[in-house]
Design a protein around this ligand. Structure first.
Ligand code: GLA
Length: 696
């Protein structure tokens, strides 16, 4: 007997089938099927032939593939009893309930006393499928592995893209060819990590940023994940995501995965990227006041580091406000005796040596300059050289002789007393002062992966958010070490990278846009000579790269020349004029014909307004610039395009190029098929082209 279910939206259909009451499997995922499609026929047509040297039928690639049913690849679940005996579940379908936009699948194994549930929801507007799995047992058991509902990967794909990175080099895309066996990513660092952003993109043959079929996945969890992309001996492919293995350290009767977000698109990597961007911004992030525009930040870290001096900070705040900043973030160094990174983490009391009258004089000054006030914490951490560690050495996570990270240990967030202590210290400051922002850092990996630690962190943030709903939080972990939809369900911004090098940022922002919208992606204008790369970059380039995302400044404004300050004011003014629509714009990665040019088009939902940022990372192989094709315009509409920073054309751009002289009006077809010709430019520079649809 075959039972079938269908989920769908304008973009895609997802069909599940169960044979003889076994756990359902995805038998179709792709372009929308006609309404009247016979789903049983789809399920039957899904079956592949068998030949010699094989079993007589293909074991199901179900939502939770079962070893006990001869599944030839990685199973969806690995469990043991408390006596150590391996349990080999064999599930029977009990029920499939329809929910508002999805299905709730319930299977059980009565012999072992196990219930497996899968929740699958398809958002009809963002087109994102959100899925999670849950296991309930009658008696406590040990969980080694539980996959979120398992999805097939398309056979017509040659390679997959996943994400690696490092400090100051986040979001590096890896392309790996499919081959027999497993592409296995496992993050055992206990946090999302620079090294392991939990995302996977599976483009079908020939797909680009702007065209072709693509499948994409993201696992929304901050404790470290495991990904399996496996090609089975019979040629089928499966994608599994879950927590890193064995990070549930205690026997229990209920286990859940985090949410796996998945999407299919027929219009290139951008189709998936836009879905993730919108879903994150409009569904996952909880904005304190939705109507509030994103304020321009000033962060003092690279200006003063630990050297806090009230007069200096007041002067910096005044200058930052004059440049256009609207929120001042006091970074590390204000508490304990924190004169460098060797001490005081967890001593969350204002340092009276640096602030004899407390923080009020600085906060009042910042408010007087019309800015909001934000402050840095690194709540999950403790330095051995701190009053708290001396008083409660048992609060630290891991062995006493563990290797430290930045001279610090993590606190054991599973302990309620640790969470209560942190809540008390953080809330004391938030009650005492009008603070509307926390930069929440996490600067080391954990001594071992432990799901209870991540749940403890989430619980603390949730409690603070409940009591201080107006306070926004930025997720930072030495830059982009904790970026995922799990942390972003409780925070509003990520610090993408500690690299303020605009050249490095240009590339990182481009690749991070596969998952992240502009609204949450912090980007700051750094010092003239970048502190992490040593590179000296022009102020215009630095300013425009920051203006591509949620803009801010992080240099010492006292270093700015008059020219630099004028450029910053100009670009910041542009950003403020445009931020209301940019907030909700889609970031579309362009297929640049020139490898030296990294370009994107940010466009409003109605395709009436767009801005193209074309960043030149280096000199080109060919001598004249190649045209840049735009995307997703109405082919028959006309658009006026304008080179916003045409005054910056260098003397080496010698032709009377149209865009240098005046605006141009062209059809969507011309802009997409022929593209735009930008002036010759120096490496490490950015062209900014504004476009507006003209109604006739
Ligand atoms: C981390 C962050 C930085 C800064 C420092 C402060 O490295 O990524 O932005 O806040 O900590 O110590």
């Amino acid at each position: 007997m075959t039972r079938v279910w269908r989920l769908g939206c304008a973009r895609q259909s997802l069909v599940l089938a169960s044979q003889n009451m076994r756990c359902p499997e995805v038998v179709y995922w792709g372009a929308p099927l006609p309404e009247e499609e016979d789903l049983t026929a789809v399920a039957v047509a899904h079956q592949a032939d068998v030949t010699g040297g094989m079993l007589d039928a293909h074991p199901d690639l179900s939502l939770c593939p079962e070893a006990a049913r001869s599944f030839p690849g990685q199973p969806g679940m690995v469990v043991r009893g408390t006596d150590g005996a391996a349990l080999m579940p064999k599930f029977k379908l009990r029920d499939v309930a329809k929910t508002a936009h999805g299905l709730h699948v319930i299977c059980d194994d009565v012999t072992l006393g196990l219930v497996y549930e899968a929740y699958i929801e398809l958002d009809p507007e963002t087109h994102v499928i959100a899925m999670r799995a849950q296991l309930t047992a009658q008696a406590p058991l040990h969980l080694h592995w539980l996959a979120a509902p398992v999805m097939p990967a398309p056979p017509q794909s040659d390679s997959m893209i996943d994400v690696a990175g490092r400090w100051c080099g986040e979001f590096q895309l890896n392309r790996t060819d499919w081959a027999a066996g497993i592409r296995y990513r496992e993050n055992r660092t206990g946090r999302t990590g620079h090294e392991h952003f939990p995302g996977l993109i599976v483009p079908c043959r020939g797909a680009t940023n702007t065209g072709g079929e693509v499948y994409a996945f993201h696992y929304g969890w901050s404790g470290g994940h495991r990904m399996i992309a496996e090609e089975l001996p019979d040629g089928r492919r499966q994608i599994q995501f879950g927590h890193a293995t064995r990070m549930e350290t205690a026997a229990a009767t209920t286990f859940s995965t985090a949410t796996l977000y998945a999407v299919y698109a027929a219009d290139g990597l951008n189709g998936c990227a836009v879905s993730f961007q919108r879903h994150l911004r409009d569904r996952v992030v909880q904005w304190p006041k939705s109507a509030r525009p994103r304020p321009v930040h000033y962060n003092c870290w690279e200006a003063v580091y630990f050297d806090h001096d009230l007069e200096k900070l007041r002067d910096i705040a005044t200058r930052a406000a004059a440049l256009g900043a609207e929120r001042f973030v006091l970074d590390d160094g204000w508490f304990g005796r924190r004169d460098d990174d060797t001490s005081s983490l967890s001593d969350w009391e204002v340092d009276p040596r640096k602030y004899p009258e407390g923080l009020a004089p600085l906060i009042n000054h910042v408010h007087g300059e019309g800015m909001g006030f934000g402050i840095w914490f690194e709540p999950e951490m403790v330095n051995p050289d701190s009053d708290i560690h001396r008083a409660h050495p048992d609060w630290a996570l891991g062995a006493e002789d563990q290797i430290l990270g930045r001279h610090q240990k993590a606190l054991n967030m599973a302990l309620p007393e640790v969470r209560d202590f942190l809540f008390a210290r953080i809330s004391a400051l938030l009650v005492a002062h009008p603070i509307d922002y926390i930069k929440w850092d996490h600067n080391r990996v954990l001594p071992m992966p432990d799901a209870a630690q991540t749940r403890g962190s989430y619980a603390l943030i949730d409690r603070l958010r409940q009591d201080f709903p107006q306070v926004e939080i930025e997720s930072c972990a030495s830059g982009g070490g904790r970026i995922d939809f799990g942390i972003l369900a409780r925070t509003q911004r990520v610090w993408l990278s500690d690299s303020n090098d605009a050249l490095e940022r240009l590339r990182m922002q481009h690749d991070a846009a596969l998952f992240l919208p502009s609204a949450v992606t912090g980007s700051h204008v750094g010092p003239r000579r970048c502190h992490t790369s040593g590179r000296i970059l022009d102020i215009e380039f630095r300013a425009w790269v920051a203006a591509q995302r949620h803009m801010g400044f992080e240099m010492d404004p006292r270093e700015l020349t008059e020219h630099e300050a004028a450029v910053l004011r100009d670009v910041t003014g542009w950003w403020k004029e445009n931020r209301d629509w940019l907030y909700a714009a889609d970031i579309l990665r362009l297929d640049s014909a020139d490898a030296a040019v990294i370009a994107e088009q940010q466009m409003d939902r109605d395709a009436r307004r767009f801005v193209v940022f074309a960043g030149r990372s280096t000199t080109s192989a060919q001598i004249a610039p190649r045209p840049l094709r735009l995307t997703r315009l109405d082919p028959f509409a006309r658009y006026r395009i304008s080179l916003r920073n045409r005054a910056s054309a260098s003397h080496l751009s010698r032709a009377p190029l149209a865009l240098k002289e005046h605006d141009l009006t062209l059809s969507g077809t011309a802009l997409m098929a022929q593209g735009i010709r930008l002036p010759w430019s120096f490496p490490q520079s950015m062209w900014v082209v504004e476009g507006q649809r003209i109604d006739t």
